[in-house]
Design a protein around this ligand. Structure first.
Ligand SMILES: [Zn+2]
Length: 89
C-alpha cells in the first residue's frame, strides 16, 4: 500500500464516522511531508519508534516504500562495513 492509498482510506473512514477532527487531520496528511513527519513506526534494528522521515526511501521494498531500519542504524552499519574493509587491507 502506498502512503496516498493509506491516507485516502483513512480520510474515507473519517468521513464515514463524521469525525471532523479526523477529517481535518487526514486532509492535512494528504501532503506527504506532513504524513512522513507524523507517522511513527519502530525501526527493525534498534526498535525505537521514529517518524518515517527518519527512514530512507526504498521504493523496491519496505513499509510505504521506506527502509525497515532507521537512518541512524543504516549509517552505523555503513560505518562498520567501511572500517572492516579498511582493516582487511
Ligand atoms: Zn534504528
Amino acid at each position: 500500500m502506498t502512503i496516498k492509498e493509506y491516507v485516502d482510506m483513512m480520510l474515507l473512514y473519517a468521513y464515514e464516522k463524521g469525525d471532523r477532527e479526523e477529517i481535518e487531520k487526514w486532509t492535512k496528511m494528504q501532503d506527504k511531508q506532513e504524513f512522513i513527519a507524523w507517522y511513527k513506526r519502530p525501526c527493525s534494528k534498534c526498535g525505537k519508534e521514529k517518524p518515517l522521515s527518519e527512514f530512507y526511501r526504498d521504493t523496491r521494498k519496505g513499509y510505504f516504500g521506506y527502509t525497515s531500519q532507521c537512518k541512524e542504524c543504516i549509517k552505523a552499519k555503513r560505518r562498520r562495513e567501511y572500517r572492516n574493509k579498511k582493516s582487511s587491507f
